[in-house]
Design a protein around this ligand. Structure first.
Ligand code: FE2
Length: 263
């Protein structure tokens, strides 16, 4: 089974990159299932029903998220109706809207379990994702050997620790949130595919997707200005992971980095 996981989709440029570039990528890599972290797909922070539906209409099978899951309030009634199309981090408090894990399947019925987690270093004090992950893995294992974890967090150490924690127990641990694609993709000793950060689908001529001038001004003056999504050097970034469906172990992980023409 081949899974394409795309990094944080940032605003309209990210949506356009996915819509334009994804069909060709699916063909070239013989992709069976597509997942995208969508938490910045509406205006660079948060998700709207429109941005979620646009991604799902662009052949994306499942959306994951992170700390911006409910930045746009209009997503909450939508996710109540579509809990299996958009995940929030599973280690949010009990009673939070949405859910943090699900199972998706290919048209011919091959299943992939997906878990979304959020880290705690330099982030909100959520429940411990390291304690929760094995419980969710055990639950998903009843349905499939193939499991992917989106570890949404700031610190490279926390993402690498989650990779080590789940090595041999899941097919892949992929990092999101920092929007900067790392060059450390590899298969861990137990057979789990890992990358510290898959990158983003959005404008690279920016500060993690946001107009450079606005970000620099914020660092200079600490003024809380309104962020705007940048426009140039738009890329689709992600990884293609090949999973052995019998064992649930990864055969390969390959970085994807493709520029939207004209940007
Ligand atoms: Fe994030």
């Amino acid at each position: 089974m081949k899974v394409l996981f795309m990094g944080d989709v940032v605003g309209k440029p990210g949506l356009l990159a996915v819509r334009t570039l994804l069909p060709r990528l699916i063909g070239r890599h013989s992709v069976d299932l597509v997942i995208a972290n969508a938490e910045n797909s509406e205006g660079g922070a948060g998700i709207s029903p429109e941005s979620a539906e646009q991604l799902l209409a662009s052949e994306v099978n499942l959306l994951t998220s992170g700390n911006h899951f409910w930045t746009k309030k209009q997503i909450l009634p939508w996710v109540e109706e579509n809990p299996h199309l958009l995940l929030r981090p599973a280690n949010y408090p009990k009673g939070a809207p949405g859910r943090g894990h699900t199972v998706i399947q290919t048209p011919d019925g091959r299943k992939l379990g997906v878990i979304n987690l959020e880290g705690r270093v330099f982030m909100k004090p959520l429940d411990n994702p390291f304690a929760l992950a094995p419980e969710l893995v055990a639950e998903l294992r009843k349905q499939t050997n193939c499991i992917l974890v989106d570890m949404h967090c700031e610190a490279t150490s926390e993402k690498n620790a989650m990779g080590a924690h789940l090595d041999g127990k899941v097919s892949a641990v992929v990092g999101t949130h920092t929007h900067v694609q790392t060059a450390d993709e590899r298969i861990l000793p137990g057979g789990t595919a890992f990358i510290t950060d898959v990158g983003m689908c959005g404008p690279l001529d920016s500060v993690i997707g946001i107009r450079k001038e606005l970000s620099v001004e914020r660092f200079l003056t600490l003024r809380h200005n309104q962020y705007e999504v940048a426009k140039n050097l738009v890329y689709l970034q992600g990884v293609v992971i090949d999973i052995n469906e019998q064992t649930g172990k990864a055969r390969s992980i390959e970085r994807v980095r493709e520029q939207l023409p004209g940007t």
